[in-house]
Design a protein around this ligand. Structure first.
Ligand code: COA
Length: 376
């Protein structure tokens, strides 16, 4: 007789860095940088050879994005107008690397909440937008730090990394290749953000999340049944970062900005909203889930405007904060971790039988849906 396996989410974990930067602090720092830049380049500006930098504004940031603050691993250097990038200690090969350290913290919390012994975990996926190094995999370092006997690997699908990780983990379980898989998303996005770029300096924050995906047979009594998962990618240059091992010799200042996050924000907004809303509705139909009956949507946390539009198209009415909670105000955009933070912080109150949707979208383009139902 063939055994059938069924993937569920047993628990999640969250690590939040202690430092937070408010919009007021961020804008004061950017404006000081802009003033410095303009005075240092006054001759070129006066001669018409360079454009002066405009001030950033708290009002614009809150209205355009819904972001009010973001957590960071390194605060003072990011706000110093002469530095404007995180300065994180370079660790020796014998020390736990930074991404692994925060990933382990989130993972430990997920394991604790599930009451799971590491001896029963089979695999670790480190699913994130940026990896601290090429190899060995961050996931293998996390696996070793947690004391897991099994296998681990890294995967990067930008802002959709966590949902792609959840489907990958669910597929291992469906195939009978694993019973317990940790999907860890340490997102130190402050290192890929151009803090000198007025159009995007407010977007990102740092965090780490973990999702424990398991076979229903070993899951704790209270868990989330994975009703179905769906992934989609469509190539686009509208969100891009050219940093890579073939261009490390680029002299600083020459084309250096494209080695950080760059986007055509308006195009992203216009193209991704319909793509994601259609994908959710098609997947709901395939799974025979009434989209209007979804109790909650934990959407990717990029922008309140995008989330409002997507949730409206799916639910058929303006979503309340209860139906589509946001963590953008305190966390900013944390790339792939965003929808998982929203799920982690805003799911305990749901009742057995309630259905919900974890959904990510971002660079690639990439999008992932995980429809879930509460059990227990
Ligand atoms: N402070 C004040 N004004 C600013 C500013 C800032 N920090 N940044 C831009 N502006 C100005 C622009 O110069 C522009 O001025 P103009 O009209 O005189 O040209 C105006 O505000 C509008 O800028 P624009 O970039 O068109 O803003 P927007 O309304 O499109 O909002 C985003 C920008 C990024 C918030 C928005 O495009 C968006 O949410 N995109 C979705 C993409 C996303 O979130 N991606 C994240 C990765 S998944």
């Amino acid at each position: 007789m063939q055994t059938t396996y069924h993937p569920v989410i047993s628990a999640t974990g969250l690590f939040t860095p202690e430092h937070s930067i408010s919009n007021e602090e961020l804008v004061a720092s950017y404006n000081a940088y802009a003033d410095l830049y303009n005075s240092r380049h006054s001759a070129e500006i006066e001669a018409g050879d360079a454009l002066p930098l405009q001030h950033s504004s708290v009002e614009f940031i809150e209205k355009a994005s819904g972001i009010k603050a973001r957590h960071v691993m390194s605060k003072a250097p990011v706000l110093d107008p002469e530095i404007m990038e995180p300065r994180l200690d370079q660790r020796s090969n014998d020390e736990l690397s930074l991404m692994a350290e925060i990933g382990v913290k989130a993972a430990r919390q997920a394991l604790e909440r599930a009451g799971r012994d590491v001896a029963d975990v089979d695999a670790v996926l480190c699913a994130a937008s940026n990896m601290e190094r090429a190899y060995p995999a961050m996931a293998i370092e996390i696996q070793q730090a947690l004391g897991i006997d099994g296998f681990a690997f890294d995967m990067n699908v930008a802002c959709s990394s966590a949902t792609f990780g959840i489907q990958t983990a669910a597929d291992y379980i469906r195939a009978g290749n694993a019973k317990s898989v940790l999907v860890v998303s340490p997102e130190i996005t402050s290192g890929h953000l151009n803090w000198r770029d007025r159009d995007s300096h407010f977007i990102f924050g740092d965090v780490a999340t973990a999702v424990l995906v398991e076979d229903a047979s070993i899951a704790p009594a209270v868990h989330w049944d994975i009703i179905g998962t769906k992934l989609k990618t469509v190539f686009s240059n509208n969100i891009r970062n050219n940093f890579g091992f073939l261009n490390r010799a680029t002299p600083a200042g020459i084309g250096a900005d494209d080695k950080l996050f760059v986007q055509e924000g308006r195009k992203v907004f216009k193209e991704v909203v319909p793509m994601v809303a259609t994908m959710i509705l098609e997947e709901a139909e395939r799974l025979d889930v009434d989209p209007a009956g979804l109790r909650r949507m934990w959407l990717h946390q990029a922008n309140t405007g995008m989330n409002r539009l997507i949730a409206h198209r799916v639910l058929g009415h303006e979503a309340s904060d209860d139906e589509s909670p946001t963590v953008l105000d305190t966390y900013g955009n944390t790339s792939s971790a965003g929808s998982i933070i929203a799920f982690h912080l805003h799911s305990d109150d749901l009742k057995a039988g309630d259905t919900g949707l974890i959904c990510s979208f971002g660079a690639g383009y990439s999008a992932g849906t995980v429809f879930v139902q509460k059990v227990g």
